[in-house]
Design a protein around this ligand. Structure first.
Ligand code: ZN
Length: 311
C-alpha cells in the first residue's frame, strides 16, 4: 500500500494481461474509508485484500465501483463480505454490469453484433471467447447502493465520465480527481462501441474530456499508471489524439462500403491477436459513428450488415 498526498492510500493489484496492474484507492473520510475499485475477483482476492487492509487504522465505510469492467468490479463482493461495507455503484453502470456478466444471451448478442460489423465467421467465435475469459473472475455485488452523477459520497462529488464505459463515475473533492479509467498517464483509454450501449461513446467521451478541462483539478489518480499532475492538460492531449484518429478513420474510407472490421486493419494493423482485434473493432466503430455524426462518413445498412463510406 502506498501513501499519496492528502492521506489517500493506493493499493496495486495484479492483472494477467496488459497493463499488468490496476489501482484501488482508499480515501480518508469522517465516516470511515471509501475504497474505490476492487481488482479482479481472482481465487485469492479475499486473502489478498485481508492482507492489504490488515493494520489499516479505521474501518472501510463503503466500497465504490467506478465501472463494471472486470479489473474494477471483479472482487466487489469479496471485499464487501470481508469488510461488511456496502458497495456503491452507478445506476447506469450497474444495469450494464448485470447485462454483460449475468445475461446468458450476451454471447449470442455479441456474435450477431460482430457479424453485423463484418467480422468473418471463423474470427467471430475467437473474439467472443475472449470476452468470456474473465467471467469467472467477476463477482460483483448484487443490490448495490445506486448513485448518479451529482450525488455526494462521504463529501466527494460523483462526476460522470462516459466514454470508456457509458456509466463510468469519478469522484472529485478540493481539486483532487479520482479519475477511474477516464484519464490515464501514457495510455489512451479504450473507447469502443458495444451492443446495447450508448450510440456515440466517442462523442460522450470528447464532451466528458471538455468537462474535465473545465473542472481543472490539480491532481488526478487513475485506475492504471501514475497520478496525473495536470489532468486538464492530459484531457487536452486525449482530445487531440482522438481528433487525429478521426482523421485517420476518415482517410481509410472511400466510395466502396467498408465494414468496421475492414477499417480496423488500416487503423490498427493486420497482425492483431484476438483480444486486441476485439477492442480494435469496437474502437473503430466508435470513431466511425462519431464521423457519421460530424458529417465525415456515411453509414449503410443492408441485409443485417453495416458498412461505411466517405461522406
Ligand atoms: Zn481499468
Amino acid at each position: 500500500m502506498d501513501e499519496l498526498a492528502g492521506g489517500i492510500r493506493r493499493v496495486t493489484l495484479p492483472l494477467p494481461a496488459r497493463p499488468g496492474h490496476v489501482h484501488a484507492y482508499l480515501l480518508p473520510g469522517e465516516d470511515g474509508w471509501t475504497l474505490v475499485d476492487t481488482g479482479l475477483g481472482l481465487p485469492d482476492a479475499k486473502e489478498r485484500w485481508a492482507a492489504e487492509l490488515d493494520g489499516l487504522p479505521g474501518r472501510i465505510g463503503r466500497i465504490l465501483v467506478t465501472h463494471f469492467h472486470p479489473d474494477h468490479v471483479g472482487a466487489a463482493r469479496d471485499v464487501g463480505e470481508l469488510t461488511g461495507a456496502p458497495v456503491v455503484q452507478g445506476r447506469l453502470d450497474y444495469a450494464q454490469c448485470v447485462q454483460a456478466w449475468a445475461d446468458d444471451d450476451w454471447a449470442h448478442i455479441l456474435v450477431d453484433w460482430f457479424h453485423r460489423h463484418g467480422v468473418p465467421d471463423e474470427v467471430v467465435s475467437e473474439l467472443v471467447e475472449q470476452g468470456s475469459l474473465y467471467r469467472p473472475f467477476i463477482r460483483y455485488q448484487p443490490d448495490p447502493t445506486l448513485v448518479d452523477p451529482g450525488d455526494h459520497v462521504d463529501g466527494w462529488t460523483v462526476v460522470a465520465a462516459p466514454g470508456h464505459a457509458d456509466g463510468q463515475l469519478m469522484l472529485h473533492r478540493d481539486g483532487v480527481l479520482v479519475a477511474a479509467d477516464h484519464l490515464l498517464d501514457r495510455i489512451s483509454p479504450t473507447v469502443g462501441l458495444w451492443p446495447r450501449s450508448r450510440e456515440d461513446p466517442l462523442g460522450d467521451y470528447l464532451e466528458a474530456l471538455e468537462a474535465t478541462i473545465a473542472l481543472d483539478a490539480s491532481v488526478a489518480v487513475a485506475g492504471h499508471g501514475e497520478p496525473l499532475t495536470d489532468p486538464a492538460g492530459r484531457a487536452r492531449e486525449l482530445v487531440a489524439h482522438h481528433r487525429e484518429r478521426l482523421a485517420a478513420t476518415a482517410a481509410a474510407l472511400g466510395d466502396e462500403p467498408r465494414s468496421a472490421y475492414a477499417v480496423s486493419f488500416p487503423l490498427f494493423g493486420a497482425e492483431l491477436k484476438a483480444p486486441t482485434r476485439r477492442f480494435a473493432v469496437a474502437e473503430t466503430l466508435s470513431h466511425l459513428e462519431r464521423l457519421v455524426r460530424e458529417g465525415g462518413a456515411r453509414r449503410h445498412e443492408s441485409a443485417g450488415a453495416v458498412a461505411y463510406t466517405a461522406a
